[in-house]
Design a protein around this ligand. Structure first.
Ligand SMILES: *Cc1c(COP(=O)(O)O)cnc(C)c1O
Length: 386
């Protein structure tokens, strides 16, 4: 399916709503039936009937069809956050006594689920370095039911060989789940490599304007129906019609935003690599990146998220750099129109800072839609203030 068709036409039945270009927001909690028999059918199969908006909603359905097509998946579910999508996907595939193999340092709230919540129900998790397929082979136990991936990781960009992991998991009857937030389905389609469930935080690139929190799960119709009838309906964290509408609007410009951001990011990497205050730059599609070859094989592009290690002897220097930025905002998240920065040292007490540890000197920069020179000048003046 053409990407332009998916974004502009798929699932949009304009004749049904006055030929309006933008789809309607069906802001209704419930839907009426003409006969008892119709209602009976809806009760029996809520996955294919409009009954109540905690389940299906027509505005959300337009979005679902587009997102599933972008992922090359049979179906998808959209949640009120990426964290809810992660939780539903994992919960649907474990029971008491099961074991999960996860890449180390997945998204924070995935870690909290693995470490704090699932053990209460007898589900354990082993973390591995996912860069080597042998680590997966070694970690799999007879009771392993889920392999959890995040490729690339959103801080150090560690990558897993998706095809190899999918093959291994299939042979062992294990469900594979990947957090694909970094690439979006525009730059990586994990389903094409044999991964069972792909998810993303739509808060980031799909929304694209830092105004909506949402998450997406894509996979087989069978898997999505199962998750819909249990976790999706029971947790009740499906996306609202208005937020779904905002995501449809975000999708209209997704490819062009990614293209622009990719170009600016390339220039910024060049700038940072030349700068005397910068030790290294981490970015999966940079030739110096240790897993560059694998990244090139699996990913059609990379986004505007990069990490650089700054040269500093004291935490005050990094703080001075960040506090001096005039345009780049210090904030979590990414994928919006605005450039953002997070220094790793904000996550630890200042007294614990150790300049010998590279990780303490890491800064994650998200490149937004501003002019390249505008961002470079801001970085330059902040470096000068150090
Ligand atoms: C933001 C993020 C999430 C969580 O998504 P929310 O929409 O914030 O709940 C999951 N994974 C990654 C890699 C993220 O960056």
């Amino acid at each position: 399916m053409d990407i332009s068709y998916i974004i502009n036409e798929l699932a949009e039945d304009r004749e049904n709503y006055f030929n309006a270009i933008a789809p309607p927001i069906i802001q209704s909690s419930n839907f009426a039936f003409k006969t008892v028999d119709e209602m009976r059918h809806a009760f029996a199969d809520e996955y294919s009937t409009y009954l109540y908006s905690r389940g299906l909603n027509p505005t959300v359905d337009i979005l679902r069809k587009k997102l599933a097509a972008l992922d090359n998946a049979e179906d998808c579910l959209v949640f009120n956050s990426g964290a809810a999508a992660i939780f539903a996907a994992v919960l649907a595939n474990v029971k008491s006594g099961d074991h999960i193999v996860s890449v180390k340092k997945p998204y924070t709230w995935a870690q909290k689920m693995f470490n704090d919540i699932l053990p209460r129900f007898g589900v354990t998790t082993s973390y591995i370095d996912g860069r080597d397929i042998e680590n997966f082979e070694r970690a799999i136990l007879p009771n392993t039911t889920v392999i959890y991936l995040e490729s690339p990781n959103s801080w150090d960009y560690a990558i897993q060989d998706l095809k190899a992991v999918a093959e291994l998991a299939k042979a062992e009857n294990i469900v594979t789940i990947i957090d694909n937030s970094y690439c979006t389905p525009i730059y990586q389609k994990p389903i094409n490599f044999g991964i069972d469930i792909t998810l993303q935080s739509a808060t980031k690139y799909i929304g694209g304007h830092s105004d909506t929190v949402a998450g997406v799960l894509s996979g087989s119709a069978k898997m999505m129906e199962r998750i819909f009838n249990s976790e999706y309906m029971n947790i009740g964290s499906g996306i609202s019609p208005f937020n779904a509408w905002l995501l449809i609007r975000g999708l209209r410009t997704l490819p062009v935003r990614l293209e622009r951001i990719s170009q600016t990011t390339k220039q910024l990497i060049h700038f940072l690599q030349q700068h005397e205050k910068v030790e290294t730059v981490l970015f999966p599609l940079d030739e110096n990146f240790p897993q560059y070859q694998l990244a090139k094989q699996q990913m059609q592009g990379a986004c505007g998220l990069l990490t650089f290690v700054i040269k500093a002897d004291a935490v005050e220097q990094i703080e001075k750099f960040c506090n001096s930025l005039q345009h780049i905002l210090m904030a979590v998240s990414w994928g919006g129109h605005e450039s953002l920065i997070i220094p790793k040292c904000a996550g630890l007490p200042a007294a614990q800072f150790n300049a010998m540890q590279k990780e303490h000197r890491m800064l994650r920069l998200y490149v937004g839609l501003e002019e390249t020179d505008y961002i470079i000048e801001d970085l330059n003046q902040a470096f000068a203030m150090m």
